[in-house]
Design a protein around this ligand. Structure first.
Ligand code: PGA
Ligand code: ZN
Length: 417
């Protein structure tokens, strides 16, 4: 039984306030969780409640969300079974009473939802992944590791937000993680040798100024090979264009380069890039309102690559249903704060799997030391995880948790994707 729920304002990895929540159960078990925050947020995401009081944190304070936890949510949830996450989340949705959680704030509801799950797994004496996933939870995700940052996550001149490596040929998660770290260091040496910046972006990837997307990709391939690996067999590449950030009055405009595209020419650009490089996943290659363009892109490239809807689907089953019906995309990025409860995230994952869509559990560019997404990835056998570079502890914390889980699973651990 839930006996106390407390919210507090803490800082995320960009030094902005975010919500932390602590739930206590009658048996004395306590669960704590922190909420992440995006920069290139989709317009259809659940509402992140910020105070707007410019005298604190430039208006980004979350005291109102914290107050919603302590004054509104806590009294309504007292006495409920802390392990019945479905019932708790349903109560949160009803209490909020809006389409997009603007009533209480998705940062308030998610904090409570995750903290309840953490308290419940403690009370039951189970690791979080086991509590959420049951006996079927056995698959460690393939990291889609972002080692070169651009877009809204870096102040360099690169428009594509994320350049990722995927250790598809590794035998285990821990081996894949080691390979990635070695490639990350190899890329660092390469950049240093060329006199390019080795400063990092919000997700820990390097963020040098470069002449083109091709230069970024070729540097990464050189780093992979320089570390002694082979493209295709050991590693594949993945990109997140975050193209909703490029939406212009007509079509698309890359803000840094200043180049414009319409949907067809942008699709042609991706076709060309996928023809030239070993890229097996393309996230948000088109904007969040361009379902028609997505359908056309999926028809052309759907058999060659994962076409991942992030801003397009926003972990929302209504939008995912549209995507499935229109054959727009073939994979979904899952970000728990895009929808605001754990149960609704699980619903999106289930719907995606039933439709044959791949699932990728993801961090946000603003993160904390909370490692829930690592457990979630194993719980649902997602197959893939996006949690940044092996640099910046809020990213590494998730990888380290996956190492612990792999060790716990022992010989039953599988490596997914
Ligand atoms: P965000 O970026 O957390 O800033 O939205 C992550 C992503 O686009 O995948
Ligand atoms: Zn994205």
């Amino acid at each position: 039984k839930i006996v106390s729920i407390k919210g507090r304002e803490i800082l995320d990895s960009r030094g902005n306030p975010t919500v932390e929540c602590v739930v206590r159960l009658s048996g004395g078990d306590v669960g704590r969780a922190a909420v992440p925050s995006g920069a290139s947020t989709g317009q259809f995401e659940a509402h992140e409640l910020r105070d707007g009081d410019s005298s604190r944190y430039g208006g980004k304070g979350v005291l109102a969300a914290v107050q919603n936890i302590t004054k509104t949510i806590a009294p309504a949830l007292y006495g409920m079974d802390g392990a019945n996450i479905r019932a708790i989340d349903r109560a949160l949705v009803e209490l909020d009473g809006t389409e997009n959680k603007r009533g209480l704030g998705a940062n308030a509801t998610l904090g409570v939802s995750l903290a309840c799950a953490r308290a419940a797994c403690r009370a039951l004496g189970l690791p979080l992944y086991r509590y959420l996933g049951g006996v079927r939870a056995d698959t460690l995700p393939v990291p889609m590791m972002n080692i070169l940052n651009g877009g809204a996550h870096a102040s360099n001149n690169v428009d594509i937000q994320e350049f990722m490596i995927m250790p598809v040929g590794a035998a285990s998660f821990s081996e894949g993680l080691r390979w990635c770290a070695q490639v990350y260091h190899s890329l660092g040496s390469l950049l240093r040798a060329r006199g390019l910046s080795t400063g990092v972006g919000d997700e820990g990837g390097f963020a040098p100024d470069l002449s083109s997307d091709s230069e970024a990709i070729e540097l990464i391939i050189e780093a992979v090979e320089g570390a002694g690996f082979e493209m295709h067999t050991d590693f594949m590449l993945a990109l997140d264009a975050a193209a909703s950030e490029w939406t212009a009055e007509y079509g698309y405009r890359l803000p840094k380069l200043g180049r414009s595209y319409d949907t067809d020419s942008l699709i042609a650009y991706w076709q060309d890039l996928l023809g030239r490089y070993p890229i097996c996943s393309l996230e948000d290659p088109l904007g969040e309102e361009d379902f028609i363009g997505w359908a056309s892109l999926t028809e052309k490239l759907g058999s060659k690559a994962m076409l991942v809807g992030d801003d397009l689907f926003v972990t929302n089953t209504e939008r995912l249903r549209q995507g499935i019906e229109l054959r727009a995309g073939n994979a979904i990025l899952i970000k728990v704060n895009q929808i605001g409860t754990l149960s609704e995230s699980l619903d999106a994952i289930e719907m995606a799997k039933k439709a044959g869509f791949r699932t990728i559990i993801s961090h946000r560019s603003g993160e904390t030391e909370d490692t829930t997404i690592a457990d979630l990835a194993v719980a649902v056998n997602a197959g893939y995880i996006k949690t940044g570079a092996p640099c910046r502890s809020e990213r590494v914390a998730k990888y380290n948790q996956l190492l612990r889980i792999e060790e716990q699973l022992g010989c039953s651990a599988r490596y997914g994707g």
